[in-house]
Design a protein around this ligand. Structure first.
Ligand code: FES
Length: 168
């Protein structure tokens, strides 16, 4: 693997805690690798598995999801949904040949700028060890995405019946 490999990481951060934490890292001038591209969502519970698959399909080498600590979600239980969903997503990714180093889910509060920087640093280091992501699944990734989207729709409909606060 080339020594020059710089992983592209998509960071999907919730607006209220993790994005503010990343912002704090920036305003405090803490140094962390510039490998992460950040997308802000209102709640980590809004991150559908298909979005994670799409990131890999579009060329990301890694995906980081970060939300408020359990108990601090601004939509009450959005991050509990994240907590439930993460092991399933991690298993799915492993099954389709995406190394575990490429997907991470963490909790970062608005005051944890330093922690955010360290997480990014570690993830970059881990992904450098496994190298660039290559589309090992080819067209199958599209099939998997389609199936996951259908399952997510069913799950969302079932959850809607039971009521949800973060709107996912
Ligand atoms: S608002 Fe941050 S995880 Fe829900």
């Amino acid at each position: 693997m080339s020594d020059n490999f710089e992983p592209k990481i998509l960071g999907i951060l919730c607006n209220w805690c993790s994005y503010a934490g990343a912002d704090l890292a920036g305003t405090s001038r803490l140094k962390y690798p510039a490998n992460i591209r950040i997308v802000k969502v209102m709640c980590s519970g809004r991150v559908e598995p298909t979005l994670i698959l799409k990131a890999f399909q579009e060329g990301a080498d890694g995906v980081l999801i970060s939300g408020c600590h359990p108990g601090d979600c601004h939509y009450v239980d959005g991050n509990i949904k994240t907590l439930r969903r993460t092991p399933l997503v991690a298993r799915l990714l492993t099954q389709i040949g995406i190394e575990p180093e490429r997907f991470k889910q963490v909790w970062v509060s608005a005051s944890e700028g330093e922690k955010f920087g360290k997480i990014v640093e570690q993830m970059v280091e881990d992904i450098k060890k496994v190298g660039p992501y290559q589309k090992k699944m080819g067209d199958q990734l599209d099939v998997v995405m389609h199936e996951v989207a259908a399952s997510a729709k069913e799950a969302a409909a079932a959850e809607e019946k039971g009521g949800s606060n973060c709107g996912s």
